[in-house]
Design a protein around this ligand. Structure first.
Ligand SMILES: Cc1cc2nc3c(=O)[nH]c(=O)nc-3n(C[C@H](O)[C@H](O)[C@H](O)COP(=O)(O)O)c2cc1C
Length: 302
């Protein structure tokens, strides 16, 4: 049987349904290239801002006994311009800059910096749960979300994905707002605002106190969100949250995802093998179940 791992996210075609999630290994062209050769269908950069940001003091990442991670890196990044210069030679790798900002002019400023780069799409970070005035603070403001997306869509013909998370309002209202404003796809979900306390010092471990929970503990929540979004809206969804092995990816696809992003699983020692083993597992499952193309499985769990 011929197995075709290509997938379609709106008008964007990827060679496989597995993507690098934002913030994980996402600041070097060499690493992008290596992961692309390993089988990643697209690579999302670390979230980039108008100016370089330092982020928070250590500790910024804590491994948890439930196999999850808590992080408050604070969106440290070298700034959009530095990054765009680095990407200007890229012709082959499908790169998706993740952009973070507070007002629409932040986003259009950054998009202008990428105008000479080969960009597959932009992903708007409307969901980081631990940095003030960006991320979830924007995602939780319906009028702002709408205004930002409409402005961006008028400014660029490159596809725009909105990465949503769980904030203080019903996230489905945010999804509706982004769909109405014209986004091309939704990435669901980001990390979930959480805290860990060290029982010896009797204080929160992260320097920022609050951080975002990622990894296997959030997968059932992310699956629920992908299912709910695709049930209610006619928009392509990229699933994200707790994908470690091939069967996690299949679960997301059955819930309605056209592709999945992988983040925390790349923190392990075998990070270079993750994409090839997940893609190989998806392929074998398709063979076994008689599915020739990924799109045949999208939403089958409904
Ligand atoms: C250390 C770390 C840094 C992250 N940085 C970003 C970021 O800059 N922008 C963003 O949209 N998401 C960021 N994320 C969230 C991931 O992209 C992803 O949504 C989340 O970790 C859930 O996926 P996972 O369970 O596969 O890790 C970060 C996650 C981690 C663990």
């Amino acid at each position: 049987m011929n197995i075709d791992l290509h997938t379609q996210i709106g008008n964007t075609t990827l060679k496989t349904p597995t993507m690098l999630a934002s913030g994980i290994l996402g600041i070097s062209l060499d690493v992008f290239s290596r992961l692309y050769d390993e089988g990643a269908g697209a690579l999302v950069t670390k979230s980039l801002s108008v100016e370089p940001w330092d982020g928070y003091l250590n500790p910024t990442v804590v491994p948890l006994k439930n196999h999850g991670w808590l992080n408050a890196v604070g969106l440290s990044n070298p700034g959009a311009e530095y990054f765009a210069n680095m990407l200007s030679d890229n012709v082959t790798i499908p790169i998706i800059p993740s952009l973070v900002g507070s007002v629409s002019s932040d986003f259009t400023f950054m998009i202008d910096k990428f105008k000479n780069c080969n960009i597959t799409a932009y992903e708007l970070n409307l969901s980081c749960p631990h940095v003030a005035k960006v991320g979830l603070d924007v995602g939780d403001d319906p009028d702002l979300v709408s205004e930002i997306i409409k402005t961006i869509k008028q400014h660029t013909s490159i596809p725009v994905f909105a990465k949503i998370g769980l904030g203080t309002r019903n996230y489905l209202d945010t999804v509706k707002q982004t769909c109405d404003a014209g986004v091309d796809a939704i990435t669901a979900i980001n990390t979930i605002r959480s805290m860990v306390i060290d029982i010896d010092t009797q204080k929160p471990i992260l320097s920022n106190k609050f951080g975002g929970l990622s990894g296997p503990p959030i997968k059932p929540i992310a699956i629920r969100c992908v299912y709910e979004i695709t049930k209610r809206f006619n928009i392509p969804v990229i699933g994200c949250g707790g994908v470690t092995m091939w069967d996690d990816a299949i679960e997301f696809i059955l819930a309605g995802a056209s592709a999945v992003q992988i983040g925390s699983a790349l923190a392990g020692p075998d990070w270079t093998g993750v994409f090839s083993s997940v893609n190989e597992g998806i392929s074998q499952y398709m063979e076994q179940k008689g599915h020739g193309a990924v799109k045949e499985m999208v939403g089958l769990g409904h």
